[in-house]
Design a protein around this ligand. Structure first.
Ligand code: ATP
Length: 322
C-alpha cells in the first residue's frame, strides 16, 4: 500500500503572546514586566491522509483547525512532533518544489490585489509557478466557466461580490494544479447557491484528478456532502477521526428534542443549540435543565441525533486544564 500523502506524528504547536495593558502607565509597566501567555493551539495531534481523499476538519471557534492547516502548509513549524507531506517533505522548509505541489486558501488572507482585476494576480501567479501560457489559458478558462465567473475576470477585485471574490481566491489556489488543496472556511459568508456551486465543483475535481482536499467548515452539511472522512478537533486535541456516519453512530445515544417557543429565551445554556430566535434543540436527557416556562412552548418534536447536535454536545464540554 502506498504511503500517506500527509503524515502528522504527535505534532504540538503553542502561540506565545505578550499581553498589553492600556494607557501610559500600562505601557510603562509592560516595559519592565511583560506578561507572557501561551496558547496550546495544537496538542499531540497525529493524522494521516491518503492521496485522493477529501478530509474535513471540524471544530468550534478556536479549536485549532487553522493552526493545523498552517502546520501542514509550512506557514508555522511544529514545536515538537513531525509533519511530512509527500512522504519526505517538511512543509516549513518551504522548498519551491514543495510549494508547487500545494494550493492554499485561507479565509483570513487574500491573494488578490484589491485594485486590480483578478486576471492580473493570476498572470503574476502564472509567472511565479512557471506555467506554460497555453496550459494556463485552458485551465483558467475551465475554472472560470465551472465557477461561473468568466465575465468578472477583468473587473477590479474591489468591485466584485464576496462570492465572486472567494471563487477567484479558489482559482488562485488551483491555478498551478496542486496535488493537495487546503481550504480554510472556503464558503464563509456566501449564499447557498454559490456554496453548492463550489462544493459540486470541488467534488468533481477530486473525482476527475484525484486531488487531495483538506477543508475546514462550520457548515456540517457541506462537510457531510463532501468529505469522505473527518477529524474533529477540540481545544487543540483530536477527539475523533473517521467517517461522519461513524461519528454519529459513536456519539448518538439519545434523541434530540426540537422545541418551538412563543418568543426568544433570555438565557441559553451552552448545551442548547439555538436554530433561530424561537427554535431550540436539546439532547433529550437535558430537557429538565432548559430554563423555560412550559407555557412558552408551542411544540416539541423528537428526532434522532445528527451531526450538528453531536458537535454542539462535544464542543460544549469543558476545556481540559492546561
Ligand atoms: N497569531 C496568534 N497568536 C496567539 N494566539 C493565536 C494566534 N492564532 C490563533 N491563536 C489561538 O490559537 C487557538 C487556535 O486558533 P485557530 O485559529 O487555529 O482555531 P480555529 O479552529 O481555526 O478557529 P476558527 O473556527 O475560529 O477559525 C485559539 O485559542 C486562538 O485564540
Amino acid at each position: 500500500m502506498s504511503s500517506p500523502i500527509i503524515s502528522i506524528d504527535h505534532a504540538n504547536f503553542s502561540y506565545v503572546t505578550f499581553t498589553k495593558q492600556s494607557g501610559f502607565s500600562g505601557a510603562w509597566h509592560d516595559l519592565f514586566h511583560r506578561q507572557k501567555s501561551t496558547v496550546a493551539a495544537v496538542q499531540d495531534i497525529s493524522l494521516q491522509v491518503n492521496r485522493g481523499e477529501i478530509l474535513g476538519l471540524l471544530g468550534a471557534n478556536g479549536a485549532g483547525k487553522t493552526t493545523l492547516i498552517k502546520l501542514m502548509t509550512g506557514i508555522l513549524p511544529a514545536n515538537t512532533g513531525d509533519v511530512r507531506l509527500f512522504t519526505d517533505q517538511v512543509p516549513f522548509r518551504k522548498q519551491p518544489a514543495f510549494l508547487q505541489r500545494i494550493g492554499v486558501m485561507l479565509s483570513q488572507k487574500s491573494q488578490l490585489a484589491w485594485d486590480l482585476p483578478a486576471l492580473d494576480t493570476l498572470v503574476l501567479l502564472r509567472e511565479i509557478y512557471h506555467i506554460p501560457h497555453d496550459q494556463f489559458n485552458n485551465w483558467l478558462a475551465f475554472l472560470t466557466k465551472e465557477l461561473a465567473v468568466t465575465p468578472q475576470l477583468h473587473v477590479p477585485v474591489r468591485k466584485l461580490s464576496l462570492g465572486q471574490r472567494i471563487k477567484f481566491e479558489l482559482i488562485c489556489a488551483l491555478i498551478h494544479r496542486p496535488e493537495i488543496l487546503f481550504l480554510d472556511e472556503p464558503t464563509i459568508g456566501i449564499d447557498v447557491s454559490s456554496q453548492a456551486n463550489i462544493y459540486r465543483f470541488l467534488k468533481q475535481l477530486n473525482h476527475d484528478t484525484q486531488m487531495t482536499i483538506i477543508l475546514t467548515s462550520h457548515n456540517t452539511k457541506d462537510i457531510e456532502a463532501l468529505a469522505q472522512r473527518v477529524a474533529v478537533v477540540n481545544h487543540g486535541k483530536k477527539i475523533f477521526e473517521g467517517t461522519t456516519t461513524g461519528l454519529i453512530s459513536r456519539y448518538a445515544t439519545v434523541p434530540i428534542l426540537e422545541i418551538v417557543t412563543d418568543g426568544p429565551l433570555t438565557h441559553i445554556p451552552v448545551h442548547v443549540r439555538q436554530v433561530d430566535p424561537t427554535h431550540y434543540e436539546v439532547d433529550a436527557t437535558t430537557l429538565a435543565t432548559l430554563p423555560i416556562d412550559p407555557r412558552q412552548i408551542l411544540s416539541v418534536n423528537r428526532r434522532n441525533s445528527d451531526l450538528d447536535a453531536i458537535l454542539t454536545q462535544l464542543f460544549s464540554e469543558e476545556a481540559p486544564k492546561r
